[in-house]
Unconditional design. Structure first.
Length: 133
């Protein structure tokens, strides 16, 4: 199990409409896609910085993971995602090494990627996502 690169950094925001202008007008980035992931109760917006994406995450309700995160910790960096050649194998290998998993097997995320999260209690407090095709 070895990441090929940092796929994206997820940032929890209260509003995409209010947050996108900072990335476009101040940083000069272009929002190339927005998407709603209904089962995760989140709207996303994506920006490219070199090979790495910035993913803004706006909750669509307080009961979803991002809504709960913002209520507990406020807005800001939510997770770091590593691109993996095989998400299922990477999750299995992490579990074999004693890492607590949030997802036992991959599920579909934004941009059609297979995703799986590692619990931050096993990763030094950093919510970690594995993702890939």
């Amino acid at each position: 199990m070895k990441p090929t690169h940092i796929e994206h950094i997820g940032i929890a925001v209260n509003s995409l409409e209010e947050s996108i202008p900072y990335y476009e007008n101040i940083l000069g980035l272009k929002c190339y896609a927005t998407e709603e992931v209904k089962d995760q109760k989140v709207k996303t917006a994506f920006f490219m910085v070199g090979q790495t994406k910035i993913e803004l995450l706006e909750p669509t309700g307080p009961e979803g993971p991002i809504g709960k995160f913002i209520e507990k910790k406020g807005t800001g960096i939510h997770h770091i995602a590593f691109a993996m050649e095989d998400v299922a194998t990477a999750l299995h290998q992490a579990k074999e090494k004693g890492v607590r998993l949030i997802d036992q097997k991959p599920r579909k995320g934004a941009e059609g990627l297979n995703i799986g999260f590692l619990h931050p209690k096993s990763t030094g407090g950093v919510l970690t996502e594995f993702c890939g095709m």
